[in-house]
Design a protein around this ligand. Sequence first.
Ligand code: NDP
Length: 452
Amino acid sequence: MSVIDEVIEKVKSKDKDQPEFIQAVTEVMGTLRPTVDKHSEFVKAKIYERIVEPDRMIIFRVPWEDDNGEIHVNRGFRVQFNNAIGPYKGGLRLHPSVNLGIIKFLGFEQIFKNALTTLPMGGGKGGSDFDPKGKSNAEVMRFCYAFMRELYRYIGPDTDVPAGDIGVGGREIGYLFGYYKKIVNEHTGVLTGKGLEYGGSLIRPQATGYGVTYFAAEMLATRGMDFNGKVVAISGSGNVAQYAVQKVTQLGGKVITMSDSNGAIVDEEGINAEKLAFVMDLKNVKRGRIREYLDKYPQAKYFENKSVWDTIKEKSPHIDVALPCATQNEISEDHANTLVKNGVVCVAEGANMPSFLGAIKVFQENNVLFGPAKAANAGGVAVSGLEMSQNSMRLSWTIEEVDAKLREIMKSIHKASLEAAEAYGRKGDYLTGANIAGFIKVAKAMLAYGIV
Ligand code: NDP
């Protein structure tokens, strides 16, 4: 049995109640096979075994009071997975589905993603099973304060720098940072995704959505194509989805779908800038549901309790490019087959692990350009890294400067992924290339430290 299979088996038996973590380890380890023969030093130093075990996992109680004076108790998590190449870095997720296995899968993926950005950031992730939906601002604030009341002792600008993720946007980062600043009495870059007035970076809100679009554009260019005139399916209607819609539209593509956890819309006329402004107001200000899109644009269709990928199966529109930007495990093997049948040439993952392993296989077997999350959605954490640099230097770069750096980083991730794929005998395989490129960097750093 190879070391790779041994590690996968060990994780399966030790962490059997963590299916998402097992899935992520299986995917990453499966693609690292070609590194085993070339790097006996990694095998000897047990790097493969060590990298699947987090440095530490912190689980804590988060008690908070609602507007009626009732007390609730949620569970908080921070998994500090690996800081071989820089301080732990990764978002906080607030969603009822959050559990240790989900945070571990996200933290594990983050190690390789952060390494790929070329910036010095380790991997971590955190969050809570708190559901911000339907809560008042005051309740969200009290929850964020209670969460930070425990988390603050484990983080710091050179230790661990959390950011946003599902359910954590500008509002939540404001409450979290405000409370941290209050109790620690330091105004430092301990969180990213901050408001511009208090240390945030321009382009950070746009970064993941723009970045995934830039990455897809790089992939299309390898086949002499671009976004102009392409029909694009995007899932989600949160931070990543909104800015992916914006950038694709700016590059001449036509986005025809969006969704939330209640259902999906299909607007075959295209979600142009005016319609996107309506969605942004609906989601970010009114905190409404995507079905309300039809109140303003009744020519669109709404599919209750369906994902974008279900509706594509049902309606069968032609799709050139798919950008899943909602959540993990959205695209099944069946969905992938439908997308291939409907003409898809490129899939780039804005969300983390949105495709099941079977779906990835379908894309690869059908010669679809497949951009895995850790490469395609690294733009968000990359600009977070730039926010950390600006905080340390106490200066702010312009929109043009940050956007240019983001583009450059996405280009270099694309190049590094392709080069690593080719060097390890998997030409054109972005998944293998991205995993190997990220892994080698972290593994070499771990090796340098000895046995710690
Ligand atoms: P948001 O909370 O802003 O948006 C998430 C969107 O996905 C919402 O439309 C939400 O619907 C929908 N969604 C969430 N959970 C589910 C579910 N279980 N089923 C169906 N739809 C769901 O989060 P982000 O846009 O920030 O994150 C989206 C994805 O991108 C996540 O996988 C995240 O990890 C990843 N990501 C985010 C980065 C960032 O910079 N924000 C960076 C890199 C990756 P509803 O409104 O109903 O909740």
